[in-house]
Design a protein around this ligand. Structure first.
Ligand SMILES: *Cc1c(COP(=O)(O)O)cnc(C)c1O
Length: 219
C-alpha cells in the first residue's frame, strides 16, 4: 500500500486498510489486532455479529461490506460502525431508523455498479446523486463515500477504468456540493491500481489471512 501510494504521488496516510475477515475465526482477528490492525470487514450478518460479540474486549472498528437484506438491517444497525453496501434508499432508511441513540451515527458508503451489465450489485451511476442526497438527509447516518466491486474477470485496463469512474462520480458529487471523503475500492489482487486511482480505503482479505477457498467456505 505504501509503495503504491508513493508511486501515485500520494501520502500513504491517505489510504486506510480494512482487513476483510469473512470465514476466518476470531483467533485470526486477534492475531491481526496484535499486529496493529483494528478495522475489520465482514460480509455475512450472523457471522459478523458473532465475532463482534466475541471480540468486544478489543477496541475494533467493524465494517459491513456484503449484500444486505432489508430484514437483517437491525442487527447491522446495532452492531457495526460502517456499512459499505448501501444500494437503495429503503435500506438506508431502515438503518437510520434502527440505529440506537446510544451509538454514534452509522458511517455509510453507497455501492455503485461501475460495471454495467457485467454486475448485478450496486446502484447505477446515473442514480447515485439522487440517492446520495436522500441518504444525506437521514438523521442517524453519515454519508462518507462511494464503494465499488468491479467484475472479477476484468483485465488491468478495464479495472482501472472502473476505479476511475468511481473517482469521477465522487468529483461530480463534490461539484454539486456533496463532498465525500471515502473511496472504498481495491482488494487483494488490485489494491495498487485502486490506490493509483484515488482509493482511500482498500478492502483486503486473502492477502492478509490466506486463501479462503482452501478453507472450503466463503467465495
Ligand atoms: C471478500 C471481499 C473482499 C476481499 O477480497 P480479497 O480478494 O480476499 O482481498 C473485499 N470486498 C468485498 C466486498 C468482499 O466481499
Amino acid at each position: 500500500m505504501a509503495s503504491a501510494a508513493e508511486r501515485a504521488g500520494r501520502d500513504a496516510s491517505q489510504v486506510r486498510l480494512l482487513a476483510v475477515s469473512k470465514t476466518w475465526p476470531v483467533e485470526s482477528l486477534r492475531a491481526a489486532f496484535e499486529a496493529g490492525q483494528s478495522a475489520f470487514g465482514e460480509n455475512y450478518v450472523q457471522e459478523g455479529v458473532a465475532k463482534i460479540e466475541a471480540l468486544s474486549d478489543l477496541p475494533l472498528e467493524w465494517h459491513f461490506i456484503g449484500p444486505l437484506q432489508s430484514n437483517k438491517t437491525r442487527l447491522v444497525a446495532t452492531h457495526f460502525d460502517w456499512v459499505h453496501s448501501i444500494d437503495r434508499l429503503k435500506l438506508a432508511e431502515r438503518l437510520s431508523a434502527q440505529r440506537p441513540a446510544t451509538l454514534p451515527p452509522l458511517q455509510v458508503c453507497i455501492q455503485v455498479n461501475v460495471s454495467g451489465e457485467a454486475s448485478k450489485s450496486g446502484v447505477a451511476p446515473d442514480a447515485v446523486r439522487a440517492l446520495a442526497l436522500s441518504v444525506r438527509g437521514l438523521p442517524r447516518l453519515v454519508l462518507r463515500g462511494l464503494m465499488c466491486i468491479p467484475e472479477p474477470e476484468g483485465d488491468e485496463g478495464l479495472l482501472r477504468a472502473r476505479f476511475r469512474a468511481l473517482g469521477q462520480l465522487q468529483h461530480e458529487l463534490a461539484e454539486h456540493g456533496l463532498v465525500l471523503d471515502t473511496l472504498s475500492m481495491g482488494m487483494s489482487d488490485d489494491l495498487e491500481l485502486a490506490i493509483d486511482e484515488g482509493s482511500t480505503l482498500v478492502r483486503v482479505g486473502s492477502a492478509i489471512f490466506g486463501n479462503r477457498t482452501r478453507r472450503g467456505v466463503g467465495k
